[in-house]
Design a protein around this ligand. Sequence first.
Ligand code: GAR
Length: 202
Amino acid sequence: MMRRIAVIASGRGSNFQAVIDAIQAGTIPACCVGLITDNPEAYAIVRAEKANIPVLVIDYRSFPSRDLYERALLSAMQQLDADLYVLAGYMRILGKGIVQAFSGKMVNIHPALLPSFTGLHAQRQAVEYGVKVAGCTVHFVDEHLDCGPIILQRCVPVLETDDEDSLAERILYEEHIAFPEAIRLFCEDRLTIVGRRVTIRR
Ligand code: GAR
């Protein structure tokens, strides 16, 4: 069955592109029904337009309060009526209302092996901490930051010569594999959330 996917992104959108490519290749049994962005300058918008995906810009700075922004975002998300909401480099913290409204139907990608290095600049945090292994995590979104049940993780070595940028690039390569894979598993109905754990039907 073809699923409806909505993507929410704030910037470059390379993970969004990986999802578009996997849909176009027939790997993910879904159609992308819309991109929502909080940033009118996001390059993700260009990627959506190239792929004929409708774009909804909900410009954070044009709202007088965070609450009103979140209400507009919630209603845009409801309007898209997706089976799955995909946070692909969405760089704000989602309010409780939105998280609860789409519980079990929203996934995020984070450039660290959670629960290590939540929040911003995860790759820099990893370099500064001195870990020898880093990576990325795809997880369901719950009301805590970078905390929901984990679907997939992929790891990379951290080299002594690494800085934030070189490590981020190595992790990003794995993100572009992990994210479409996790979304495919969701769309094929193969994921079950049991408490904090996600089981994958093989
Ligand atoms: C990705 O590395 C993603 O994991 C990260 O932002 C980047 C977005 O790149 N997300 C977070 O840090 C979320 N807390 P992209 O726009 O090219 O996909």
